[in-house]
Structures are given as C-alpha cells and as structure tokens.
Design a protein around this ligand. Sequence first.
Ligand code: SF4
Length: 371
Amino acid sequence: MQHSIVPPSSAAQWVYCAAAIQAQAAIPEIETDDNKVGLALHEVASGYFLHGLVAQVGDCILGVTLDQEMLDRVQKYIDIVSKIYFESQLSGIEQRVNIATIHPECFGTPDAWVFDGHTCTLTVPDYKDGFIKVDAIENWQVICYIAGIVEVHLPHVDKQKLKIKVIIVQPQDYQGSKTKEWNITYLEIEHLITRLRIAAHAALEPNPIATAGKHCTYCRAKLNCTSFSLTCHSFAVAALQNPEAPENDISIELRFLQDAYKMIGLRLTVLEAEALQKIKSGEIVQYYKAGFGQGKLIWTDTSNLDNLAKMLGITVRKPEAPLLTATQVKAELKKKKLPEDTLSSITEYRQGKIKLLPAESKYAEEIFKEK
Ligand code: SF4
C-alpha cells in the first residue's frame, strides 16, 4: 500500500515538530503483534460494512487468529457506525481520500465517514484498538481526514452550516471513556486545518527545526534526537530545583512536575528499549539483564469448569459464545469478592514479552564496593 509522505496518522507529531517527518524517514516502523491485531479488527469492521461479512472466533485475518475478546471489542465500533451508516446516502468506508487542501502529498484512509444532508452533519468515527488514550477533541489525524472529505466529497455543502461529529471508539481505553465524541462546527476547526497546512509545508522544507514535547512519544527518531534529549534533561534538572510558586498554591508545581515526569518517562522508555536491544544482540549493559514478563492468563483444564461455575454462582460461558477467557472469569471472581486463586490449578500465565530487568545482585555489589 502506498503511504503518504505527510501522513494524517502522524499529524499529531508533525503539527508540533517540523523535523518529525524527515527525522523518521529512514527509520522503519516496527510492526508489533498489537498493530497486527488492530489492522485485523479494522478489516473485520470494513468486511462487515462493505460485504456483510461477519467474522467468527478462530477466523484468521491478516495473519491474526480472532478470539472472542477481539470480536467483542470491534463489535462496539460496528454497533455505533451501523446506527448511521446504513441510513446514509453519502458515506465512505476505508476509502482513500486526497487531502490536497493540507498538502498535495497528503492523503489517508479514514475508517469511516457519513454525511447526513438533513442535519448537515459529517460524522467521522475512528476505531482505535490500543490501550493508550486517544482523544476525540483536536484529534489531528481526524482533522486531516475531515479536511479531505469536505474538499473531495462535500464541495457544494455550505460550510457555514456544516457540523462535525468526531467519534473515537477505543474499547481498551481503561483510563477514560471507551467512546469519545467531539461535536463542533466546520468553521470552528478551519483554523486547525490552516495550522496543519502551514505545518505540513514546513515539515517538507530542507532542514526543518525539531521542537520536542509530549508529541515525541511515538516518534521513532527519539533515540538520536538532540532536541528531545536536551528537553528531557532540562525537565529533569528543573524538576530537582524547587520551582517558585505562590504560597499555598500547589497547582503550578504539580503541573510542572507532571510535565517533567512525562518527559523523563519518555526518555527512560527510549533508553530502556535501546538497552534491551543491545542485550538481545549480545552486548553487556552494566546493571541490566533481559528476562520474560508475565503473559496472558489461559485455561489449562476446563473439564470441570461448568461444575465449578455452578458451585460459585459465576458465568463462564456466554449464551451465543464459547467459553469466556480465563482473564474474564478471574475478573468476575474479583467483582464478586471470591478468592481469585480458585482458578490457579486450572489456569496458567503464558510467557510474556522479553523485557529489561535490573541485574540486582551486580548493582548491589557495585554500590557496596563504592562504599
Ligand atoms: S523526537 Fe520529538 S523533537 Fe525529535 S524529531 Fe521526533 S518529534 Fe521532533
């Protein structure tokens, strides 16, 4: 699939940092298992809307074998979009849209969009399968899509009257709402489209300036970005000094330390990933080692599970679906304040992902030696 060199998916980076696109150009994206699952679930949704296909547990889509939890997640999105999509005369599902109004090289593929002529409302739902909270308000990726959809598909609609509804469906957002909405008029976001246009052109100029901030979170160039490293370190230094604040007003210090905490955390993440990479490739990284984390909880023996469920008064099967996952049943035990170790003899944790661990004994030895 051809990718835009000014992609809407990274607009939240390049709108704040002109260097983000060029700095990452030579660094390939790493496709994680979570990314693959996200792509497969988008495919499930588009298969349903475009071809009436209903995915089942065990189906293999884009190399991912679907389980009930995955299908439950994407079903939330399908339910929301179904309410508006099938009634509409003007809509798109996974349809590429040119966003020349932002930059001639800018294009992208919105998950879905629906225009209701009666209320003059453009609705743009977007499915996010990840855990990290994605906001609907000022969602730069979706604003890019809106700019393109309006220019390409709604050129005759009166922009004075046009209303916009952004819906982010994110079933795994455990911090906030799983469905977030942003209702606004087109005129109210026009200045944001202008900002994107200016940023996109600046991003493709020679020698763009790097500006670090929270938007660096997903930038692949973090490891060698001087602006990012200097900003994180200046936050760390400043956090150690007591910022002056009016007496009895903790809000300024709190806000500052939270920002510093995020930036230092970002730098730590980069360094940890680099250290792990070095250990994996056989290098020694002082004070650190690699080890496996805890993976998913799975059933090892379900032969007596229905009897156990009856005895405890819990649900282990849905009427229309096979067995619930061990994690779901464990959560139910917790909810009912029943001992969670009831399942310990019939479940086990899969081996998790490899991660960086402190090599404690060596570290302690070193400290002891210094003293
Ligand atoms: S790490 Fe941050 S400052 Fe550096 S290029 Fe990426 S987005 Fe820009």
